[in-house]
Design a protein around this ligand. Structure first.
Ligand SMILES: [Zn+2]
Length: 175
């Protein structure tokens, strides 16, 4: 091998090394770009997911509004599409059931709701402290002496007439 050949070989080797280094650098750069792109995608996806959630909420509340308008018309005997009557009457039934359940809860809490303004009041209130409307008088459960059938004295703890104690079981049956 003469010098010229040696130089050529070295040059060729050097070029090959350069190419390899370039290829490796390029690949590294691309993969780094991919990582950046991937994390950008993740951010973009989570932004879009949040947008989907918010639009879904908007959709639900708009559908709810349509339902409310239709139900209100149905309750006011205004014509609605016959296809919607079944749903509207289901809503009306559910509202009634909810009313009844809420009334039961109020009763258990010894509360009532003002029919005028909707304020929650104690059962003992005759007038609403909020709007002044007269309230339905709540009748306290009458507790009749239960031990002696002839004794009709109404007392809670002990009947003063026959002195029999009214037990709790009998009291709770009073409504
Ligand atoms: Zn009121």
């Amino acid at each position: 091998m003469n010098n010229k050949n040696l130089i050529d070989t070295l040059e060729a080797l050097s070029n090959s090394v350069k190419e390899t280094v370039d290829t490796v650098l390029k690949a590294t750069k691309e993969s780094a770009n991919n990582v950046v792109k991937k994390s950008e995608n993740i951010v973009e996806i989570s932004k879009l997911n949040a947008l989907v959630a918010s639009k879904n909420n908007e959709l639900s509340s708009t559908l709810e509004k349509i339902g409310e308008v239709v139900t209100l018309k149905f309750e006011s005997n205004i014509y609605i599409d016959p296809d919607l009557v079944e749903y509207a009457s289901q809503v009306a039934d559910l509202k009634n059931e909810l009313d009844e359940i809420n009334q039961q809860i109020l009763k258990l809490k010894n509360k009532k709701q003002c029919s005028q303004c909707g304020e929650y009041l104690d059962n003992t209130h005759v007038f609403c402290p909020n709007c002044g409307a007269k309230q339905e008088v709540y009748e306290a459960p009458t507790e009749t002496c239960t031990e002696d059938p002839k004794c009709e004295e109404k007392e809670s703890e002990e009947c003063p007439t026959c002195l029999e104690e009214n037990n709790a079981d009998n009291k709770s049956e009073d409504k």
